[in-house]
Design a protein around this ligand. Sequence first.
Ligand SMILES: [Zn+2]
Length: 333
Amino acid sequence: MYGAAAADDDSAADIRKDAPMRFNPKARLDTSRVRDSGRGGGLGGGSAGIPIPGGTMAGGGIGTLIVIVLIFVLSQCMGGGVGLPTGGGQAQGGTDTSRMDDSERYANCKTGADAEGDVDCARIGVENSLYSYWSQETPELGAEFTPAQMRTFSGAVSTGCGQASSQVGPFYCPADQTIYLDTTFFDDVLESQLGGQGGEFVEPYVIGHEYGHHIQNLLGIMGQVRTQKGPESDAVRLELQADCFAGVWTRAATGTADESGVKIFAEVNEQDITEALDSAKAVGDDRIQQRSGGGVNPEGWTHGSSEQRMRWFNAGYESGDPSACDTFNATEL
Ligand SMILES: [Zn+2]
């Protein structure tokens, strides 16, 4: 199924265990788009926010997810009409840097060597790779590239999409074009699901998926989602496309490190991907929906099944081509 790229011999497995990501030690890491706001209990963070209750659709509350889901409404992939972002309200958010605390979390991330064995600096490396890749690809897809910002936090954070608490998994907020990651929550999931073993590809996959949402935003695909419920809905197609984009990038990011800065994976195999997709379920929309609404309603699922997610990730991975990610015109998901 996963085919060619999966190497099964022991030596490859050992390499993977020790160093699934392999950074060019001399590559300079650019931390300029990644910030950390530290612990955000009620301390800083412009605490006027509403603490993610359940229920309300509009307004702050459930905020992050619901807003995102609403915005993830689109009607087609990158076929016609994908010019510049369709000015549909959400696309152009700037970054509110005034709200960002300048922590020292990433201050020591200078080179690829720093990213080896350091999850914080590795995160920078992943962002740098995504930035390099999509800054080249997005214009070819017909849109101007502007980078996503990334912000890590723990506890709570206030965002352009409302207040987010620690129950919220990683998400992309179109309004401020920022990927938010609660890294402690992330650690907890890895610990409980994988017992702290392996899972090195989980976070890169999740960031790749969220970056895929940013690209969808730039392409004007968001804001065109018409249907949000049910297994064939636009919202599911949007999620599967983000998985496919993550796969496309993963392909580009795998191999011998070079000057492009895109290639950060020595090898990614089927086990890494399965692990990542399974773990991501726990930090994805399903979980948020469960937390905020009390029980997952299959009709409201926004991701598609695990099989579908794997299939679309692989469609991107095997083709290495974003145009293979046209989930909106696919007759079968
Ligand atoms: Zn998503």
